[in-house]
Structures are given as structure tokens and as C-alpha cells.
Design a protein around this ligand. Structure first.
Ligand code: NAP
Length: 244
């Protein structure tokens, strides 16, 4: 995939899947704005600059509208345009529903779903104007099939799918596509928190016989961000080793 001259924002890209996406987009030639809520984003931006590509880090909480406005403004001021938005930032606060607090519900909905609305709304006008754009949001297989203990997370991730399909219909005629990726179990800090017995049980349910890597997800993002994927919109691409 050739993304030369494209400008991308990747939310939550200081580590994990987001970091792999930022590096893969840069490898393909894009200038990348790396976002996080702590200072890890700057390390990733430095790594990209060391590859000879342009990158800048922006600390911002993507569930906050003023933070999102400054994230998008920094990208536009520095690079003059935004071509690719990857809505990747996400958290989980797992709890059985009978014990789930309002705070656990609100936090996951705000960071995993409201952020997708805020970031997409903020980039859509300039993308429509330039008649080219790629919105790629990281959902989850949990948003498709549900998971005990993750009602908040599953609701947010299923919400991303409905949101994506609606935005796709709104802007398809303007050269802007909106797609979601539904990863299965990917080897990051999010899944490394699981007890080893639970990890082994998960692996036994994956036909490919292994957890996915952040790069497996990044490759799918890179494809959906490319020129070649211009006729694909409103889709959910599952990257789960055949699990679902
Ligand atoms: P991760 O390792 O926990 O990384 C999440 C990233 O998001 C971190 O860089 C984190 O920043 C950032 N972030 C959290 N809250 C944020 C906020 N309010 N504003 C900006 N950035 C924020 O997670 P991951 O496993 O790479 O997951 C990435 C995405 O894939 C998430 O949306 C997740 O739901 C989804 N996903 C993951 C899996 C999996 O198996 N790992 C499966 C399906 C879907 P800090 O470093 O500051 O915390």
C-alpha cells in the first residue's frame, strides 16, 4: 500500500494496537499524528521520525471535545490536511452487570464510543471538502457476539458499528469511506492482564491457534486506508484468526 502524502491521526497510539497502526501507516508513507493521554505518544512519534517520516505527538483525551478540537487543529496546522482517521483509543472496565457501577459504564462509553463521534465529526468537514477521506474505527468481536462481564464494552463496540454504517451512508458520495475493524483477542497489555489459564482457554477457541498480533490489525487498517479500498464502505472487517 502506498500512502505517500497522506496525513493520518491515530488515537491511543502510544502503545499496543494503535502504536502498530501508527508505525505501519508511516512505513507506507503517511505522516502520522500520534495521540495518547500520556507521554508514550512522543516516543512513538520519535520512532517514526527516525524512519525518515513525519510525525508529531499530541496529548489529548479523546473523550473530551476541547481536547479533540486541539488534536485536529494541530494536525491541520502542521500538515495542512487530514486524510485518515483511525479511532483506536479504548479501555475496558469489566464487571458483571449486576455489580457494574455508573462510573464503569460511563467511562467505557465515553472513551470507547463518544470519542469516535467526537473525532469523526471533527475531521469529516475537511474530508468532505477535499473529496477524500478514510475513517477506520477499532471495534471488537465482543461488539458482534457479546461477552459476559463486558456489557459496557460490548455496547460501546456495537455502537461503533452502527455509527460507522450510518456515517458511511452520509458521506459515500463525497469520496469518504467509513469502516470498522473487529479484532478478536490481540496480544497487548489489555489481554496480558488476563490470568494465564484464561489466555490458554481463549487460544483453544481460536482456529489459527494463537492470539493475534497488533500488526495483524495494523495490516487491515493499512488496506482500508489505501486508495485501493475506495469502494469499500460501511463494512466490519473481523481480524480474529477465525474465532467467530
Ligand atoms: P491498550 O494496549 O490498552 O492501549 C490503549 C491505548 O489507548 C493506550 O495508548 C491508551 O493510553 C489510549 N487511551 C486510553 N484512553 C484514552 C483517552 N481517553 N484518550 C486518548 N488515548 C487514550 O489497548 P489495545 O489492546 O492496544 O487496544 C486498542 C483498541 O483495540 C481499543 O479500542 C480496544 O478496545 C480494541 N481491541 C483490542 C483487543 C485486544 O485483544 N487487545 C481486541 C479487540 C479490540 P495510555 O497509555 O495513556 O493509557
Amino acid at each position: 500500500m502506498n500512502l505517500t502524502d497522506r496525513v493520518a491521526i491515530v488515537t491511543g497510539s502510544g502503545r499496543g494496537i494503535g502504536k502498530a497502526i501508527a508505525l505501519k501507516l508511516a512505513e507506507a508513507g503517511a505522516s502520522v499524528v500520534v495521540n495518547d493521554i500520556d507521554k508514550m505518544a512522543e516516543e512513538v512519534a520519535r520512532e517514526i521520525r527516525a524512519m525518515g517520516k513525519q510525525s508529531q505527538s499530541v496529548m489529548a483525551d479523546v473523550s473530551s471535545a476541547p481536547d479533540v478540537a486541539s488534536l485536529v487543529e494541530t494536525a491541520t496546522t502542521n500538515y495542512g490536511r487530514i486524510d485518515i482517521l483511525v479511532n483506536n483509543a479504548g479501555i475496558n472496565r469489566d464487571q458483571l452487570l449486576v455489580r457494574m457501577s455508573d462510573e464503569e459504564w460511563d467511562k467505557v462509553i465515553n472513551i470507547d464510543l463518544k470519542s469516535v463521534f467526537l473525532c469523526t465529526r471533527a475531521v469529516l468537514r475537511p474530508m468532505i471538502k477535499q473529496r477524500w477521506g478514510r475513517i477506520i474505527s477499532i471495534s471488537s468481536v465482543v461488539g458482534l457476539i457479546g461477552n459476559a462481564g463486558q456489557a459496557n464494552y460490548a455496547a460501546a463496540k456495537a455502537g461503533i458499528i452502527g455509527f460507522t454504517r450510518s456515517v458511511a451512508r452520509e458521506v459515500a458520495s463525497r469520496g469518504v469511506t467509513a469502516n470498522a475493524i473487529a479484532p478478536g483477542f490481540i496480544d497487548t497489555e489489555m489481554t496480558q492482564k488476563l490470568p494465564e489459564s484464561q489466555r490458554q482457554e481463549l487460544i483453544s477457541r481460536i482456529p489459527s491457534g494463537r492470539l493475534g498480533s497488533p500488526e495483524d490489525v495494523a495490516s487491515a487498517v493499512c488496506f482500508l486506508a489505501s486508495e485501493e479500498a475506495g469502494y469499500i464502505t460501511g463494512q466490519v472487517l473481523t481480524v480474529d484468526g477465525g474465532m467467530t
